[in-house]
Design a protein around this ligand. Structure first.
Ligand SMILES: [Fe+2]
Ligand SMILES: [Fe+2]
Length: 405
């Protein structure tokens, strides 16, 4: 055994020794016995009902079952991830580089892919990777819920919305989508919010820099946007301008969706009881923030340089030049390469500004707020009352969860 191997074996032994119960190291016995003693003394001072409640709670935690609150938090997270998976799968079929789970290359919609690549040459790969992440989040959360004897979330009965008929979209899913990307209202307040020193959690009202209303995020069909056309930057024909406006909308929509996840997960995490559930919420939430940061950068390329000032000939939506804003002081809230969060008010206005995710209040960033913002986005246009009732039921339960210590 060489020196490196012997080091590995000894560090493995060290890990095993930490995980397996055994005789306590001599220097810790005194302290632990002392704490145990305190526990007994403390317990004898409590009424019997309190002792029983305490031991029931301890059992709940150690037996591996989730508290109702933790299950509600994870169930809403699973709902959100299934929704994300559906919309990202649609984007991936048309604009991604690979099939989900890093499968064979995607044919996609060539003109849509070229329009997306006018924002960044790597867009197809980023779209595929984001899709994989969402599918993994949804599958993991449901599997974890099942492993804990809790009910998972299934939205298959709601997969009946129309999808794209354009080249690249799965022809078997024309009426089998859970989310609707054919006409979006994209809330752009996040763009200003992360450049502003104000925080909506402390009462600030923040508007986006322009409006994207009634604009598709994906090509609708091959008549509207021919799949094999050239897509120069800037686009020169009516149909290529239309396709570029659709790709630009996708770029902003990606960031809108992921900033929602960036706020949702810390909001949920604040209510978690089990350390493992907290770990899940923080770890998945971190990836949502990673996605948001990436898309924030790409969206800026639609409103700067040669692509800026494009108008969709069909809807009239215009993507302005956000680096050509006057007066100069106003540029602070629009400059396209300012993609990292500016410090803002946090907790209280008498404290110094702090660079943070915002909002993280239940009211603005929680589960019900997420359902509402996705609904305002028209992501669920055409869904049944049962869909909204089920979404609000899961969301209300998650928002009402409380940390139990
Ligand atoms: Fe996700
Ligand atoms: Fe996400």
């Amino acid at each position: 055994m060489n020196q490196e191997e012997s080091l590995n074996v000894s560090s493995e032994k060290h890990l095993l020794a930490q995980e397996l119960p055994g005789p306590e190291p001599r220097n810790q016995v005194g302290r632990r016995s002392f704490l145990r003693g305190l526990g007994i003394v403390g317990a004898t001072l409590l009424p019997a009902s309190a002792i029983m409640m305490r031991s029931a709670k301890a059992q709940e935690k150690t037996s591996g079952r989730l508290t109702k609150g933790d299950a509600d938090l994870l169930r809403f997270a699973a709902w959100a991830e299934i929704v994300e998976s559906d919309l990202w799968t649609q984007y991936n079929e048309l604009g991604g580089a690979t099939k989900p789970n890093d499968g064979a290359p995607n044919v996609g919609n060539p003109a849509y892919i070229l329009a997306l690549q006018n924002l960044d040459g790597d867009m197809p790969q980023y779209i595929s990777d984001n899709t994989d992440d969402e599918l993994s989040h949804a599958a993991f959360l449901n599997a974890y819920l099942i492993s804990k004897g809790a009910e998972p979330v299934n939205l298959d009965r709601f997969r009946n919305l129309p999808g794209s008929r354009a080249t690249g979209a799965d022809p078997n899913k024309v009426h089998k989508r859970l989310t609707n990307l054919l006409r979006l209202n994209v809330d752009l307040s996040w763009y200003t919010r992360y450049r502003s020193e104000d925080n909506p959690d402390l009462g600030a009202f923040i508007k986006g820099p322009f409006n994207i209303l009634n604009e598709p995020g994906i090509p609708l069909d091959d008549m509207d946007t021919p799949p094999d056309m050239a897509q120069p930057n800037p686009p020169t024909t009516r149909t290529s301008r239309r396709m570029q406006a659709i790709a630009n909308t996708a770029g902003f929509h990606f960031a809108f969706i992921e900033q929602g996840g960036s706020s949702l997960y810390p909001t949920l995490a604040l209510k978690a009881t089990s350390e493992e559930v907290l770990r899940i919420l923080l770890s998945i939430g971190g990836v949502e923030i990673d996605h948001f940061s990436l898309w924030h950068d790409k969206a800026g390329n639609a409103v700067s340089g040669s692509l800026a000032r494009l108008t969709d000939p069909e809807t009239g939506v215009t993507f302005p030049d956000l680096n050509a804003v006057t007066p100069a002081a106003a540029l602070e809230l629009t400059q396209t390469n300012k993609i990292q969060p500016e410090p803002c008010d946090f907790i209280r206005t008498d404290l110094p500004p702090c660079s943070v995710i915002r909002p993280t209040s239940t009211h603005l960033g929680g589960a019900v707020a997420t359902v509402k913002s996705f609904t305002d986005d028209l992501l669920f246009a055409g869904q049944s009352n049962e869909f909204f009732e089920f979404a609000m039921q899961l969301a209300t339960a998650a928002d009402n969860a409380r940390r139990q210590l």
